[in-house]
Ligand binder design. Structure first.
Ligand code: NAD
Length: 356
């Protein structure tokens, strides 16, 4: 056990969890003192958006189905204008991190309360972090106004998440918990959530691959995602998140897949600088080594394990290393340019994680 010396900041989100819990939607909207909800979803999830609106009857005043990756500024403007025009007094965001992100863009401007209904494991619903993209640059920030007031976690809504995205989204969630365990502001409560979150996802993802409709495995995975999202919302992240931000922002690689491929290599990089965290990650994975354990989890469940397979080009490796090594940020092991490039090269090739 480390010396006890920490700051713990609780987050005020109300969480309603359970298969079928979408039935409590109207009660939860009223609980926010709201009566005119704007429903947000992606074009692919329009049907779900309509079903959510139908549950609210005339308390749903609009359905906006344009949510897309990285929240383009023009989209944020359009959504904000519509929310004003229809006199919305809350935003119900149903979908993955992109849809919750759109809700955050509205809340940042208007303080409209957000009720989030996540359908992936990305975890954005538990964080006060927002991201908006303007002229190709994604600006992120932290503001408590964007933290959803209420989250309804209904595992029934995750059954349709394709198996491959379930696995990568689940490992994306594990990444929050893994970096939370060696965070500069780690604390005992958040570390408990992190270890439990990793364990829940590690045990449920193989169950989802075997039987995507298994509601017990789906519930366990969503429970893990909640815990991991809470970690992301509570403590600072490090190298792994910086690398993935670079790969997504500058090379347009898909979010969950990049996290899945990079995490084993980021953990190998930090292995010797954060032995206690590595031990806890390995324990949660029921394996001997955190980095190899994540690599095996991804591989055994059919996820891509090489950046070259998801759109990075060989000539991008050096530039990615340069960007990820710039703008100094905290990490348990200092950022060493040559080792970072070797790490990205390993992730590009898809070889097992190793020390550099
Ligand atoms: P996403 O929201 O982009 O969703 C990916 C695709 O899956 C979309 O087409 C979506 O409609 C579809 N989908 C979602 N749930 C589904 C379901 N249950 N069934 C069928 N299809 C479904 O992907 P994501 O990985 O959830 O989110 C990624 C985005 O969220 C990134 O832009 C990332 O930066 C952001 N994010 C932000 C935070 C934060 O704290 N601010 C945290 C995590 C992720």
């Amino acid at each position: 056990m480390n010396k006890l010396d920490f700051v713990y900041q609780g987050r005020p989100t109300r969480v309603v969890f359970g298969a079928g819990s979408l039935q409590h939607l109207e009660r939860e909207v009223l609980q926010l003192n709201a009566n005119r909800a704007i429903i947000l979803c992606s074009p692919e999830q329009r049907q779900l958006g309509d079903a959510v609106a139908a549950r609210l009857g005339n308390r749903a005043v609009a359905v906006f189905d344009k949510a897309t990756m990285h929240v383009p500024m023009e989209l944020a403007h359009t959504a904000r204008a519509l929310a004003r025009e229809v006199g919305a007094d809350c935003a119900v965001a149903v979908g993955g991190g992109s849809t919750v992100g759109l809700g955050k863009a509205i809340a940042l401007d208007s303080s409209l309360p957000i009720l989030a209904i996540p359908t992936t494991y990305a975890g954005s619903e538990m964080t006060p972090i927002y991201g908006i993209t303007e002229s190709g640059l994604k600006k992120t920030g932290t503001d408590l106004r964007v933290l959803p007031r209420t989250v309804i976690y209904d595992p029934d809504l995750t059954v349709s998440l394709p198996v491959e995205l379930s696995v990568t989204s689940g490992i994306n969630a594990i990444a929050h918990a893994a970096e939370g365990l060696y965070s500069r502001d780690a604390n005992p409560v958040v570390s408990l959530m992190a270890e439990e979150g990793i364990a829940a996802l590690a045990r449920s993802l193989p169950g989802i691959v075997a039987a995507p409709n298994d509601i017990t495995a789906r519930s366990d995975a969503l429970y893990g995602a909640w815990l991991c999202g809470s970690v992301l919302g509570s403590v600072g992240m490090a190298l792994h998140h910086k690398l993935c931000h670079t790969l997504g922002g500058s090379f347009n690689l898909p979010h969950a897949q990049s996290h899945t491929i990079v995490l084993p290599h980021a953990l190998a990089y930090n292995r010797r600088a954060a032995p206690d965290a590595m031990e806890r990650i390995a324990r949660a994975l029921r394996t001997d080594d955190a980095a190899i354990g994540i690599y095996e989890l991804a591989k055994a469940n059919g996820a891509s394990i090489a950046l070259k397979d998801i759109g990075l080009r060989a000539e991008d490796v050096e530039r990615a290393a340069e960007i990820a090594s710039g703008n100094p940020y905290w990490n348990p092991r200092p950022i060493e340019r040559a080792a970072i490039q070797a790490l990205i090269q390993d992730a590009f090739d898809g070889v097992p994680p190793r020390d550099h």
